[in-house]
Design a protein around this ligand. Structure first.
Ligand code: ADP
Length: 169
């Protein structure tokens, strides 16, 4: 099964990916995958991050069993999307601690408040499993995702979250 592990930056993807790797899953980090397959469209100096050419990368077949860690991974050809959500009130200090500038913090904070990644993931067509990572340890979060694919069935399963009120605070 090809799993996209996605969510707004800071939501906990890489932490979960490390747990999955420990348990023997093949984890692909999207930025490395893009470099390997010549799908880097440039470098964003402000973000100090490569701009990924998703259209090119979407043409590259993924291994049949893998987890793709990255906030654009839901745009690749995957079988299921695991979407981690994070209360924006927790996300903001995580992003600040990472050294993001105020503009980038605000942009990601608003994206989380407005379900931006969820909307993109739903547009992609693969079943989406949404879980609130701000209420769970990484281990609990992994179990809650894994429980949805037991027996190989893949169904959309959106745990409700609503942080739109944070925009008014
Ligand atoms: P991402 O890869 O989505 O940008 P990270 O995995 O790097 O996010 O996590 C961002 C920060 O949040 C890290 O400091 C990490 O330790 C912390 N974190 C991640 N998942 C959890 C969790 N379930 N509970 C508490 N803190 C977490």
């Amino acid at each position: 099964m090809r799993i996209a592990l996605t969510g707004t930056p800071g939501c906990g993807k890489t932490t979960l990916a490390a747990l999955l790797a420990d348990r023997g899953h093949q984890v692909i980090h999207l930025a490395d995958w893009a470099r390997k397959h010549d799908a880097v469209a440039g470098h964003d100096a402000e973000d100090d991050a490569d701009a990924i050419d998703v259209d090119t990368l979407a043409q590259v077949p993924l291994p049949p069993d893998c987890v793709v860690d990255g906030h654009l991974s839901h745009l690749l050809g995957v079988d299921v999307v695991w979407l981690i959500r994070c209360d924006p009130a927790l996300l903001r200090p995580r992003l600040e601690a990472r050294g993001y500038g105020p503009g980038k913090v605000q942009e990601n904070w608003e994206a989380e408040c407005m379900d931006l990644v969820l909307q993109e993931a739903l547009d992609g067509g693969a079943p989406v499993v949404q879980r609130d990572g701000s209420r769970r340890s990484p281990e609990e979060l992994l179990s809650s995702f894994e429980a949805t694919s037991s027996g190989g069935s893949l169904k959309q399963d959106l745990e409700p979250v609503d942080w739109s009120h944070r925009l008014m605070e």
